[in-house]
Design a protein. Structure first.
Length: 501
């Protein structure tokens, strides 16, 4: 059973894959300025009519959460991984090729040659350097722009300097997970029964999006199996052994991330939200087990003694299973809403696939190993967590832009959800409140935001006036005016969209 997302997708191209996404990416290959402006206006009207914007954003919550930064730097983590079983749900279907009618003659040649030995064009340097020197961007900001069609670096400033990325580190987490597991991977939650069927165990697989509807289905399947065995009363256990390490993220208890557990419902949220800061359970696994026990009781199986923590017996048999949404959908949701819980879960899924311990250290090693396969600059990088809440994360602008360029390349179609998950300027996710018709860029820019106290970053894609799909990353530290820093970053991206050189 798929996990039903309570809100409509906020990403207008979130289901574009294969040919449909190729049509979108091929806008870079032939549209001139007026064509692209007209296309964007039409798309903007359609989006305004049809898109339900997400609550949030997470990034502002990160600043709030930092006020409660934990003194203890404990690490935690975990995951559970099984191959899809026959009869499981099919991957989510692709949306229609809504941009097919906009196809134009392919022209991937760059309109200008590099003007310097480092390959940087003097035109871009002339317009971006002054913007990157804006006082709001603090000390030594960095930036990189890459033509995704050729892989050529068009602009670089402090490109290889490791900096705190905040939530833009999620791009690296998502690329690593997709590389390790593939876009069709699903995270299982299972119920196992003992040999005599007198004990049932709810086994968490690390799916933070598990919801009550999924628990109800698991309870119904379990009840049928038990009744077939003539059993109407059981001992209930719940198994969180898929994760190792302490449960709290180093940033401490806060509304931006639940205690890390292999078993939870709705990300441990104690309200009806599906994104953004929210009150969180102190023990999401026990809450999930309590809810499952109630649903078993409703289905006619008595669990009067209540749930207890315990690992499923080695000889137990599966009686029910729920599969998460495909990894492609989880990636898109994590990027659009800057979802910390999903990001940490996918770092642990990556660790599990790599045979690493399913904790923060295992996630760091696994993510690093996967990115090495893409032959990207990793000098000085550190993936302290998967979400970007930890200030010990360090990546470079060259790495972020390079990851996005790889996701756009023909050699890595499995990485497309990284692009389709990026928020759309002025319309979705953490960019819904940024970019306006007055400042420009609305609907033209797709980018992941990153914000911590003193840290502002932006990394994404834009089609410029020459028809090139550009991948960019801009990073700033030592900022003191978050609003001014965001505006400065938005100006950099808008300049790329306008095609200035």
């Amino acid at each position: 059973m798929d996990d039903p997302v309570k809100r409509p997708s906020v990403n207008p191209f979130s289901k574009l894959t294969g040919a449909a996404l190729t049509d979108h990416l091929d806008l870079r290959n032939g549209l001139n300025n007026w064509q692209f402006t007209a296309v964007s206006a039409v798309l903007g009207l359609a989006l305004a009519a049809g898109v339900v914007l997400a609550a949030g954003p997470w990034d502002s919550g990160q600043r709030k959460a930092e006020q409660d930064w934990a003194a203890a730097r404990d690490r935690t983590g975990g995951a559970h991984h099984e191959p899809d079983a026959p009869g499981g749900p099919d991957p989510a279907p692709s949306a229609p090729a809504v941009l097919a009618a906009l196809g134009t003659t392919t022209n991937q040649s760059a309109p200008d040659a590099p003007d310097a030995p480092d390959g940087v064009t003097a035109g871009l340097r002339a317009v971006l350097d002054p913007l990157l020197k804006a006082p709001a961007l603090g000390t030594r900001p960095s930036g990189v722009v890459i033509d995704t069609a050729t892989g050529r670096r068009l602009y670089a400033k402090g490109a290889d300097t490791p900096m705190t990325p905040a939530s833009t580190v999620k791009i690296a987490t998502m690329v690593a997970a997709l590389t390790a597991l593939g876009p069709d991977h699903r995270i299982p939650t299972t119920v196992r029964a003992s040999a005599d069927s007198r004990t049932v165990t709810l086994v968490g697989g690390g799916d933070p999006t598990l919801d009550r509807a999924a628990l109800r289905s698991l309870a119904a399947g379990t009840a049928r199996a038990l009744k077939d065995a003539g059993v109407h009363e059981v001992r209930l256990r719940y198994d969180t052994s898929g994760y190792s390490g302490p449960a709290l993220h180093p940033i401490g208890p806060n509304e931006n991330i639940a205690p890390l557990s292999a078993l939870m419902v709705n990300e441990g949220r104690l309200d009806d939200t599906s994104s953004g800061p929210a009150p969180r359970s102190g023990d999401p696994a026990r809450d999930a087990a309590d809810a499952f026990g109630e649903l078993l009781d409703e289905a006619g199986v008595d669990t009067a003694s209540g749930p207890r923590s315990g690992k499923a017996a080695a000889k137990s048999r599966p009686v029910a299973r729920h599969l998460s949404a495909p990894l492609s959908g989880l990636v898109e949701r994590a990027l659009t809403n800057s979802d910390n819980d999903i990001a940490e879960a996918l770092a642990r899924q990556t660790a599990l696939a790599a045979g690493e311990p399913v904790d923060f250290d295992g996630g760091r090693r696994a993510v690093t190993a996967q990115l090495k396969k893409l032959k990207l600059p990793l000098k000085g990088v550190n993936f302290a967590d998967g979400s970007g809440l930890d200030r010990e994360d360090k990546v470079s602008a060259a790495l972020l832009a390079g990851l996005l360029a790889r996701a756009a390349g023909a050699d890595h179609p499995e990485l497309r959800p990284v692009l389709t998950g990026l928020p759309v300027a002025g319309f979705s996710g953490t960019l819904s409140g940024r970019y306006t018709t007055k400042t420009g860029g609305t609907g033209l820019i797709r980018a992941k935001t990153g914000t911590l106290t003193g840290v502002n970053t932006l990394a994404g894609t834009v089609v410029d006036a020459h028809g090139r799909l550009l991948a960019f990353a801009f990073m700033a530290s030592g900022t003191t005016d978050p609003s001014g820093a965001q505006s400065a970053l938005d100006s950099l991206a808008t300049t790329l969209a306008a095609g200035k050189r």
